[in-house]
Design a binder for this molecule. Sequence first.
Ligand SMILES: Cc1cc2nc3c(=O)[nH]c(=O)nc-3n(C[C@H](O)[C@H](O)[C@H](O)COP(=O)(O)OP(=O)(O)OC[C@H]3O[C@@H](n4cnc5c(N)ncnc54)[C@H](O)[C@@H]3O)c2cc1C
Length: 471
Amino acid sequence: MKEKAVIIKELKALFGSKIVTEEDILKEQSSDWIGYRRWERHNGSYLAGLPTCVIKADSTEDVSEAIKYCYDNEIVVVPQCGRSCVCAGVETYEGTVVLDGSDMNGIVELDEENFMLTAKCGTPLEYIEKYLNERGYTSGHFPQSLPLAQLGGLVSTRSIGQLSTLYGGIEDLLHGMEAVLCDGSVIRIKNVPRRAAGPELNQLFMGSEGNFGFVTEATIKIFKHRADRAKQSYAVKDFETGIRAIKEIMQEGYKPAVVRLHDDVEAEMSYGSFIEESEHILLFVSEGPDSVIKATAEGIDAIMSKYESRSLGEKPVDLWYTIRNATCDDLYAHNKKGLLRDTCEISGNWSCIMPIYENALRRFKEEIENLTQISAHSSHSYMTGTNLYFVFSFKGDADLAKSRAQYDTAMRIIMEETLKYGGSICHHHGVGKYRTPYMPAEHGTSYPMMETLKKAFDPKNIMNTGAFLPR
Ligand SMILES: Cc1cc2nc3c(=O)[nH]c(=O)nc-3n(C[C@H](O)[C@H](O)[C@H](O)COP(=O)(O)OP(=O)(O)OC[C@H]3O[C@@H](n4cnc5c(N)ncnc54)[C@H](O)[C@@H]3O)c2cc1C
């Protein structure tokens, strides 16, 4: 391995001012928003190992040249775009080089005939949505990180938005793409509605977190943007009733855009003025042509009336629209109150969701000291099952190692209970460099295929090594 000073000199010769070595920036770009790093950074005490430099690429040619240099010199590349990930996916370590695509920003083409939009990897999703709305369209993709995330990262993590029940996740939206592979070669996957010409290559990039290549451009489907929507909400007496109602709505074939069930803890925190003590709350939004909205809303109401529920009308949903992305305003808000807080999302079939929910909550109460919150909501549902998004916080300790150990226990409880009942350890945030130890148990006998793919796409092990598979 070349010396750091030599690497910087050679990269500066290739990229000039696009090479950044200022310590403040290296520190800033050395980690993402995973809970314990947030806590540590807030306390000014620890940072992940700093990268050698950041390469601010502004074209596919830059990306290609940068990756080729790293390939020839066996340097690990950490791809970054919006840096909003929350599982240490963009975390660096000594000897790595950050390849930052956030300057590759802009719409390449709006194809109104075929309902597609192509944009560069660093284009913020919020900009894409505004651009589309002004022209009568929507991306249908509304992750809570809408104000932070960029297209390349959204594709690479297999992201999902709050309106996914109607529009789907990024895997339903991505149509084609351009990427740079580990040796610097540029590939394009063409835009077609469907094909059976071998396995679907787009799928390999979604969820591979930069391990199979750097996504430089992506084409997504677009939808008609309509102002009208139906908003409904209901209080139910327990979480299981809410889960059973959602299951019936999904299995009857309704496709509301938003389907959310918040447990009593979250209902009390955000919707306390609408509910009675210990009630849980369901929120629904239906979108589409008027006749579809009407049929969906009537179907939801008919099913909810079969369960012990109270209609709460539109107001809780209006409130949700105002608070739904508020977390992005201040990612340190809870740290300022002395709390180490994070979220963790898993998925499971209908038959295993309740045991996962109940056992994880019970174990948090038994095993986490100074626990201030453990709650969950379901926010993405399918015919076959749903996700659970756990939210937890506990009083952080000045001893950072102790806080980190508590955090590890919290995550372990969720991973263990999920795996025990046959669910998946990750619904949408990705594996990052944090959940890798659970990957063999997650995939079982198919795990070796993951290693085979990694070897095939990245024989020198230089692409975000340590993310999604262990280092
Ligand atoms: C407050 C908050 C709310 C969130 N809500 C949601 C949500 O509702 N739904 C959801 O899915 N996620 C959510 N996330 C997680 C995060 O926003 C998503 O994972 C998002 O897709 C990351 O996009 P990004 O541009 O920030 O990527 P980054 O954080 O920069 O990178 C994410 C991963 O992709 C890799 N990568 C980045 N760019 C490229 C590229 N061009 N080519 C190849 N690999 C690349 C990185 O190495 C990393 O592994 C949330 C995060 C926060 C902080």
